[in-house]
Ligand binder design. Structure first.
Ligand code: ADP
Ligand code: GLC
Length: 479
């Protein structure tokens, strides 16, 4: 088997081009790590309206059919400084819009992404060793490969790996969608894409890929059960040992206080002075009074139910009785926003919130906070707790998914551990963990050990990228 693999990496998001969450960070950092290991990676994503002008040269067009309308895809090709090939699928009627998802025709839009990605390689007469598709938006990649290209002269028997970044987003559409997408209608049966009377693209990827992965070992176990499986557990169970959990990593070229140019002052584990400057800068940015000793708990999050902010609301009065302040940066559901806005209104000197999507400000929150809160009800992996640790910002996290795999509870006796975790998804659980953190902080030497433990953790992509390479080889041996 060839030592160097060619991976076709199909994703709806990639930093710095298009981002709604962690998948975008992963799709930039992980391909880079694969290239560093000597492999070739071609990332394919849509040319959304916000990617303007698109980088690279335009090739094509290639006819791509996903509905009754005759359509063609163009491809802008470029290569990042790190040597990752990036291909933007050009089709203005589907992608030249504001926002990434949430349109009525998301079914055909992302079927178009999946099929165009496959057609891109076919048109070039190129057969990648493996397709790696991410989340429901690319769930049809394995389906098309099996249903339409299995005997293709170029793409014959190309295997695929499908990664579920969050099982809460299942890509469900009406039952008549398949006929439209050029796929055999019988694939709508319950052993294929059929799901609760309609079809699910997430199920398509899960059933048709050679192997399925998710983004942490704990989440891999959790989603086989009812509480976290959200209806999908039975589908996953049919794949048995073909579902694996591989922990995401961090791009330390972007998230490292030693070289971060977006923070007030850079710092290291040996010299934490800069972190104090970052805290002062953060308090100013959010308009909170300066008192440097009063701890600041930072939050950066999509504001959706899964992230657990109702738990913060439940703990609110107890929180106010403690010597802490909170700073939150997020966007999302209007009701979650309204809840947080109300808390900030009640205690303006203790809690400040900014409803914005702001990459630079996110770096300042990570660097300037003392603690970092993730009260998630479910968290497939979570990246921000890993970012926080590298900045000496101590995570306080609910014990779920990737938070279990990355935040090691502080043990004052051995001096080991990187943060605090709580099991119960309620106000009492949250307050219990915050009290542990505040107690620990009363001993400055212990607290600094805890900060430095987190800063020393290595969550770089290399190890996980190697795991994925063995997964690719396993998938290749299955096709
Ligand atoms: P999820 O993908 O579920 O949102 P992750 O922790 O994997 O959770 O990734 C979230 C990513 O989005 C991180 O890079 C985080 O910094 C970023 N992020 C979330 N909300 C905001 C915001 N309002 N402004 C800037 N960055 C944000
Ligand atoms: C999803 C998950 C998040 C994970 C990210 C990257 O958005 O919600 O936990 O870190 O994908 O895999």
């Amino acid at each position: 088997m060839a030592d160097t693999l060619h991976v076709a990496y199909i994703t709806p998001e990639m930093v710095p081009f298009a981002k709604t969450g962690g998948l975008a960070d992963v799709s930039a950092a992980f391909p880079k790590a694969l290239v560093r290991l000597g492999h070739r990676v071609t990332v394919v994503l849509p040319r959304y309206g916000s990617i303007s002008p698109p980088p690279g040269k335009l090739a094509g067009p290639v006819p791509v059919s996903v509905d009754a309308v005759p359509r063609t895809a163009g491809f802008h090709r470029t290569r990042t400084d790190a040597g990752v090939e990036v291909v933007f699928v050009e089709h203005p009627p589907f992608f030249d819009r504001s926002g990434l998802y949430g349109w009525d025709d998301d079914g055909p839009r992302f079927a178009f992404l999946a099929r165009s990605a496959v057609e891109y390689f076919r048109a070039r007469g190129e057969r990648p060793d493996v397709f790696h598709a991410h989340d429901w938006q690319t769930g049809l990649v394995p389906v098309y490969l099996k249903a339409l290209y299995w005997d293709d002269a170029t793409l014959r028997r190309t295997p695929s790996v499908f990664t579920i970044h969050n099982v809460a987003y299942q890509g469900q559409f009406a039952a008549d969608t398949l006929g439209m997408l050029g796929l055999p209608r019988h694939l709508g049966n319950d052993f294929a894409l059929g799901y609760h009377g309609g079809v699910s693209f997430l199920k398509g990827g899960t059933v048709f890929a050679e192997l399925v992965s998710t983004v942490s070992p704990t989440y891999e176990r959790e989603i086989q059960g009812e509480e976290h499986g959200l209806g999908f557990q039975d589908v996953l169970r049919t794949r048995g040992g073909d579902v694996v959990g591989v922990l995401n990593g961090v791009d330390y070229e972007i998230w490292d206080p030693r070289k971060d140019e977006q923070i007030a002052r850079r710092y290291t584990a040996a010299d934490l002075d800069g972190k104090r400057a970052c805290k002062a800068d953060l308090l100013r940015a959010f308009g909170l009074p300066g008192s440097p000793d009063l701890p600041v708990i930072g939050i950066i999050s999509r504001l959706v139910w899964q992230k657990g902010f109702d738990i913060v609301a439940e703990a609110w009065w107890d929180l106010l009785r403690r010597p802490v302040r909170m700073i939150a940066l997020g966007t999302g559901d209007v009701d979650v926003q309204a809840g947080l806005a109300e808390l900030a209104r009640r205690a303006p000197d203790r809690f400040a919130v900014r409803f914005a999507y702001d990459e630079g400000l996110a770096h300042r929150v990570v660097a300037g906070s003392d603690m970092f809160l993730m009260p998630s009800r479910s968290e497939p992996c979570g990246l921000t707790q890993m970012y926080a640790m590298r900045y000496g910002t101590v995570p306080i996290a609910r014990s779920t998914g990737g938070l279990v795999d990355t935040v090691e509870p502080w043990d004052p006796v051995t001096g080991r551990g990187t943060g605090f975790r709580f099991d119960h998804a309620d106000g009492t659980g949250l307050i219990w963990a915050i009290d542990r953190a505040l107690d620990t902080r009363r001993d400055p030497a212990g607290w600094e050990t805890l900060m430095r433990n987190g800063m020393a953790r290595d969550h770089s992509w290399e190890r996980s990228a190697r795991e994925y390479v063995s997964l690719y080889r396993r998938a290749m041996s299955m096709a």
